[in-house]
Ligand binder design. Sequence first.
Ligand SMILES: C[S@@+](CC[C@H](N)C(=O)[O-])C[C@H]1O[C@@H](n2cnc3c(N)ncnc32)[C@H](O)[C@@H]1O
Length: 192
Amino acid sequence: MSAIDSLLERLYTSGLSHDAGDHERWNRCLNITPETGQFLDILVRETKPTRILELGTSNGYSTIWLARAAKSVGATIDTVDMLPSKTEAARQNLAEAGLLDVVTLHTATVDEFLASFDDQSADFIFLDSDRGQYVTWWPELLRVLKFGTLVVDNASSHPEEVAELRELIRERRNLDAVVLPIGKGELVVRMR
Ligand SMILES: C[S@@+](CC[C@H](N)C(=O)[O-])C[C@H]1O[C@@H](n2cnc3c(N)ncnc32)[C@H](O)[C@@H]1O
């Protein structure tokens, strides 16, 4: 097992026990599952994006999965979380993984973060943040995404909370979408 695999295993286990405690929602780690991490790894290696955005860094667990694959295809990642404590934890974990060179961490709201990107400046977006705001963020996500891939976590665990977003996706003729039964349900959207 590689050092990064051991770190991922340790982070996932400690995240689960942390989240079992009594914490405010956003103070939890709320990590993707290892299967989702493996899926993101394969998807990045196969689609070979150049610029990845991640909305919802938390402690960097999913960022590490993305960053290892990104490094292998020469891509970079910009990831955002509104909580400085989370960005700092992610920085330490990415440093331990030796992956900080391909990742830029942002402490900001998703609104501020997306507004700072040019039109069509990203070709892979992983969305794992405040589901109540996905519909509000949708126009900006469409503006920033260049013919590429959008992955949304929790499509099966919280179907009602992503239903409106899925409806907006269905309305667009240049988008193909499917929900895969991996982890908490991964909604994969491909822009033609
Ligand atoms: C589900 S967690 C992300 C988990 C992470 N992707 C992982 O698997 O390791 C969602 C994160 O989004 C952050 N968040 C929630 N609302 C936000 C907003 N409006 N802007 C920026 N970050 C936000 C929370 O602080 C939280 O860390």
